[in-house]
Design a protein around this ligand. Structure first.
Ligand code: NAD
Ligand code: UDP
Length: 316
């Protein structure tokens, strides 16, 4: 039975990954400091195969009996946190990544690093393929996140080369679904919460900027495809994972107003500095090499997400 260590396993994506690993018979240890995640995200799990430890990945990892794979997902991911938690984020994706890679090295395990479409910054190539090196403002407000994720990838490459380890990297594009924190400030949590409360949806800028939203179950199956592929197909490699259905933020607001039964309208606020104008993954690589593609449309994914947000907001 594989033993997987999942950093950030009490977060949105991490908790769904844990569900998927347990379903497949893995033993799982979660390390999470509950900075943006919460114990409730795993409270439904009854399996004795799950161990959850409150731990900050910037600190030396605990000792284990054995480890087969380290999934390194720990990091706040909302642009709302990029300023208020800048140093924490930068260190989580640098020192924390070093700790995660050291853990994998100690147990001769493979590692899966969660990178992001933010490594492409405000892209001048569209859609973004893995060969594009990005356009990040080194000193801008998103830099503590964007640059530390870029460093995280560079450190993974350095570890592969120096220690001949099996490390795989996924560049995750905007993903949504149940267990996202309604208060974390990202656009789908904001719009769904506002629509459910009957408040106007806050569009930043004129809403012409685009994103491509992936439903969480698709994203997790993409991560698992990369992690479980044979070494010759994925070791030392990086894959975009996301949905190619590109939509403007204005249109997203209109779709959400249709999916949620609401009297809400929209209101416009200023666009944050360095907000990427466009974003869509080129997923040719993962589709052709690992036979993965997303299957859940935005409309279907939103319909599956609304009940969770209604429940969370009712508890507020
Ligand atoms: P999330 O905030 O829900 O989950 C992150 C988890 O990491 C939380 O449980 C948090 O408590 C934990 N964490 C943060 N810093 C930590 C630290 N120093 N030590 C231990 N635990 C720590 O966010 P998410 O959306 O689930 O993101 C998970 C990963 O996926 C992140 O690495 C993020 O950068 C990446 N990602 C997510 C998206 C997305 O759209 N959801 C897009 C691109 C990349
Ligand atoms: N956004 C918005 N209203 C909100 C929150 C976000 O218009 O209440 C915009 C934001 O400016 C960006 C897009 O939605 O253009 C996606 O933002 P998010 O924070 O979800 O993720 P990003 O892709 O920017 O990291």
């Amino acid at each position: 039975m594989e033993h997987a260590v999942v950093t950030g396993g009490a977060g949105f994506l991490g908790s769904h990954l844990v569900d998927s690993l347990l379903e497949d018979g893995c033993r799982v240890t979660v390390l999470d400091n509950y900075g943006s995640g919460r114990p409730e995200n795993l409270s439904h799990v009854e399996s004795s195969q799950l161990t959850v430890q409150k731990h900050d990945v910037r600190d030396t990892f605990p000792e284990f009996d054995d480890v087969d794979i380290v999934y390194h997902l720990a990091s706040r991911a909302s642009p709302d946190d990029f300023g208020s938690h800048a140093v924490e984020i930068a260190m989580t994706n640098s020192q924390g990544t070093e700790r995660a890679l050291e853990c994998a090295r100690e147990y001769d395990a493979r590692a899966l690093i969660a990178s992001t479409s933010e490594v492409y910054g405000n892209p001048e190539e569209h859609p973004q393929s893995e060969t594009y090196n990005g356009n990040v403002n080194i000193r801008g407000p998103r830099a503590p996140y964007d640059e530390s994720k870029r460093f995280s990838e560079a450190l993974a490459v350095a570890y592969e080369q120096k220690y001949r380890m099996d490390i795989r990297t996924v560049r995750i594009f905007n993903t949504y679904g149940p267990r996202m924190d309604p208060h974390d400030g990202r656009v789908i949590p904001n719009f769904l919460s506002q629509a459910i409360r009957g408040e106007d949806l806050t569009i930043y800028g004129d809403g012409s900027q685009t994103r491509s939203f992936c439903y969480v179950s698709d994203l997790i199956s993409g991560i698992r495809n990369v992690a479980d592929a044979p070494p010759e197909a994925a070791a030392g490699d990086v894959f975009n994972v996301g949905n190619t259905e590109e939509i403007s933020i204005q249109t997203l607001a209109e779709v959400i107003l249709k999916v949620v039964d609401t009297d809400s309208g929209v209101t416009y606020k200023s666009l944050p500095q360095d907000d990427p104008e466009v974003r869509r993954p080129d997923i040719f690589k993962i589709t052709s090499e690992l036979s993965w593609e997303p299957s859940i449309s935005l409309r279907t994914g939103l319909e599956r997400t609304v009940p969770y947000f209604e429940g969370r907001l009712a508890d507020d």
